[in-house]
Write a protein that binds this ligand. Sequence first.
Ligand code: HEC
Length: 158
Amino acid sequence: MKHSKIVVALMAIKAFAAVPTFNSDIAPILYEHCIQCHRPGQVAPFALLTYQDVAKRVGLIATVTQKRLMPPWKAVAGYGHFLDERRLSGKQIDLIRQWAESGAAEGDPRQKPSPPQLKTGRRVHRRGSLLRPGGRTRYRAVLCGPARLQCRAVRQDR
Ligand code: HEC
């Protein structure tokens, strides 16, 4: 009896320690995968920079990440890797879900990362190759708009 109480107490401590927070777990994911579009002046309709921005949309964010609608990435998984692949890992998706289900805590402000400084304007991506149906085409560069939604490949042979 005493033993099972200890086990329950240990489980409670473990569950408490495992609750993800915005500052320590969620902000780093969003700053890496979302804010290039979800910040002022970019294509997405709202910013995901602050706790307030994110907490009021927590349910929607959990849904779109679980369905892999966000970040937008059209390539189907399992057919090799692309340069600059834009996908969340299963672990990151789970963390977002757990955060939403556990009440979307903000956490310790000392753990909050600063949003990275992102460049604006057109970007030129690395030289690489893209897989196309029916073969592989090599590209010299892929030019992208600020949000990488509209990308244009410059063929190597030109
Ligand atoms: C390449 C740009 C881009 C990236 C990266 C991106 N988003 Fe978006 N997001 C958009 C655009 C554009 C829209 C509005 C149009 C749409 O819903 O497709 C949007 C809409 C949304 C919506 C609203 C969906 C709805 O049904 O109203 C949510 C929530 C969202 N994004 C969350 C995220 C999260 C979380 C990430 C990172 C894991 C992310 N987005 C990454 C461009 C982006």
